[in-house]
Design a protein. Structure first.
Length: 427
């Protein structure tokens, strides 16, 4: 478990430097169109259709450590192609080629993630899972913060494309060291099972409770990706933020997440994951898009810094809770098949949401601003739509069954009592 903190920290540098503002900035430098931006944010989710293949290999071989390491190495080495695209392909096709690399690397990453999730579900004791993954998420967030600050300062001072190429290459080097550490992990023995693809995918859908969880997860990923691909372009182009400022936003989120994820993890261990996930998704719908919109309407970046703290609180609840709920909703035997099904259907849903985001934004841009809000743009309408979808996701979470889980109202009532005991007003 300690080794996973070190390995995960190295991989977090790679993940941060092959996504977010770095990837969007690289695309914009290569001359990407809006549909490139939408696709690059959604094709990693489409790549999750490869998840069942990784699960099948792991089930057949029973050696999850070796399978995960091999798939991870292939994923990370592909990003060297992305780094040298300006030298390898004509400028006119470079953005499209980058989207293709993101998709191919995402296929290997999705397969790796499926094997790793089922593997870590056996490594980490269930009664400490919330606390551990809360701590791990917080630590990785701090590492990501330092990585983002370093990348932001470097990108603002060094000319493109060299700046992006150096950042990507160093990220790949860190990730390869992570592969070596992955080979040192403890891998509890598992029974080898030869299963057909249809059987593997059919078993999770025959489980009634897991189907309920999948309905929630599909809806959630779809509504999130309706707006997510255009958050960074909004920051960089509409709000005129620099890479350093975007890195500062990430840093505020990471520092806040170090505390919020550990707290949410402890709450989830005590009260179950459902209530934590319901509160987190509601906050992600109400607090985040509203601050982005206010920043654009007022021109005041203070709302963006506030949104970073909200981001950490909301996603600090959502990340570990949805991960743990997927594990506890699946039986221990054949769990990798259930994780693969979850990855597959949520990947398709997120891809559809991300693909739809570009034409939606284009349509919203043609509508014009209302007379009472002259600064309103299509970005704001898109964020409003995704906000409404996110804030209502808890309705689909209610039918999901989880042993010993508290109701959301009971958790909120307990929080109110604790808050009042400190002598502070509930509001």
């Amino acid at each position: 478990m300690r080794l996973s903190l070190v390995e995960g920290s190295l991989v977090q540098v790679f993940l941060n430097w092959t996504s977010g503002s770095v990837l969007i900035g690289y695309l914009l430098h290569l001359g990407a169109a809006p549909w490139h931006i939408a696709l690059v944010g959604s094709v990693p989710f489409l790549a999750q259709v490869a998840s069942p293949l990784g699960a099948m290999v792991a089930e057949a071989l029973g050696r999850r450590r070796l399978v995960a390491a091999a798939l991870a190495a292939l994923c990370r080495l592909l990003w060297l192609l992305a780094a040298f695209l300006p030298q390898l392909v004509p400028a006119a096709v470079a953005p499209t080629a980058l989207v293709a690399v993101v998709f191919l690397a995402g296929c290997f990453q999705a397969a790796t993630g499926t094997v790793w999730t089922a593997w870590m579900g056996d490594v980490v004791p269930e009664d400490r899972r919330g606390r551990y993954f809360g701590l791990r998420t917080g630590v990785l967030g701090i590492v990501g913060m330092v990585a983002n600050l370093g990348a932001g300062a470097f990108l603002d001072r060094v000319d493109a494309p060299l700046s992006f190429q150096v950042v990507l290459a160093v990220g790949v080097a860190c990730a390869i060291v992570g592969v070596v550490l992955l080979l040192m992990h403890h891998d509890p023995p598992t029974e080898r099972r030869r299963v057909r693809l249809g059987e593997m995918l059919g078993q999770p859908f025959r489980d009634q409770n897991f189907r309920r969880f999948l309905r929630f997860a599909v809806y959630w990923h779809f509504v999130v990706l309706l707006g997510a691909p255009f958050v960074m372009p909004y920051f960089l182009q509409e709000l005129g933020m620099t890479f350093t400022q975007v890195a500062l936003w990430s840093s505020i989120a990471a520092v806040t997440a170090l505390f919020s994820t550990v707290l949410w993890g402890r709450v989830a261990d005590a009260t179950g994951n459902k209530a934590v996930l319901a509160i987190g998704t509601f906050l992600a719908g109400v607090a985040l898009p509203s601050t982005w919109i206010l920043a654009g309407l007022t021109g005041n970046l203070a709302f963006i810094w506030v949104s970073a703290a909200f981001d950490a609180v909301a996603w600090g609840a959502i990340g570990p809770a949805i991960f743990n709920l997927a594990l506890v909703s699946a039986p221990r035997t054949g769990r990798v098949s259930f994780v693969a099904a979850y990855s597959l259907v949520t990947g398709v849903a997120a891809f559809l949401g991300g693909t739809l985001s570009s034409p939606l934004l284009g349509w919203f841009q043609t509508l014009g601003a209302p007379s009472f809000l002259p600064g309103w743009t299509g970005y704001h309408t898109l964020f409003l739509v995704t906000a409404l979808g996110r804030a209502s996701a808890w309705v689909l979470l209610k039918p999901v069954q989880e042993e010993r889980a508290w109701r959301t109202r009971d958790l909120l009532r307990s929080a109110r009592t604790a808050w009042k005991s400190l002598g502070m007003p509930w509001r």
